[in-house]
Design a protein around this ligand. Sequence first.
Ligand SMILES: [Zn+2]
Ligand SMILES: [Zn+2]
Length: 278
Amino acid sequence: MLLPFDTHVHTCYSPCARDLDGAGQPLASPERYLSRATELGLRAIVFTDHCVEDPSAPGAVPFYESSGLGVISALRGELAGFLLTDLCQVYLGCETETMSTEWVGITPRAAANLDFVLVPTTHYHLPGVPQPASFAPADVAEHMLIMLASVVSKGWLDSVAHPFCEAESLIGDLRRIYDALDKAWLTDILGFAAHNGVALEVNGSSVTSVYEPHYALVYREIVQLAKSLGVRFTFGSDAHDARNLGLTPEAETWIISAGLTMQDFLTPAQLQAKRGGM
Ligand SMILES: [Zn+2]
Ligand SMILES: [Zn+2]
């Protein structure tokens, strides 16, 4: 496996990862992930449950109602009960939300207590998330760049979750959106990302998803530009079920096709070290 780690993993502490097996047990329990990580030979995983610091704040996205910082402490408490081995390091981060260009769900203070903060900018399917003026390609393209620019300007955020990705049944053909992207502006934004140390995620689910059939093609172009500008990357499966942990052969093939090597990716240890320096 090209990358022996996974930095985007949802446990059953995320509201969207609560499916049960035939015996009524959660498919996304931390315990199941740890055992799957050992089977796969992963060296590190980062749990990134959905979390915003103040879900009851006016204007907060309703999906996060039960996803305050308590989620992180509950997961931390559960992990403390496990006998963790040196074989696979376990880190605690979160996938937060962009409520506006000025408001991201995790402040620098809360981020200091996390190993990793992953920020999505394109959860357009969630009511209350900032939306483009319309789903015409030019409007989506402009909005995606506005939101991306707002996140890469905030240096306490570590990586942008599944950049430019959303179901094409909602936002339209990603090739048309890519055509409408202002490439000079995109280049500027990626340059800022490199300068501020905000990474872009390669999301294993997104690059192989049937819901975004053109994402693999479009995001490859963006990744190549980003790499040429010095942007670093994180890799995450976005698993919501322990069976989907880690890098699949299909996602690995995509990474190689995009010209990325292991050195382009930040490891969980590097992410944690960056946090320690804040
Ligand atoms: Zn997401
Ligand atoms: Zn996710």
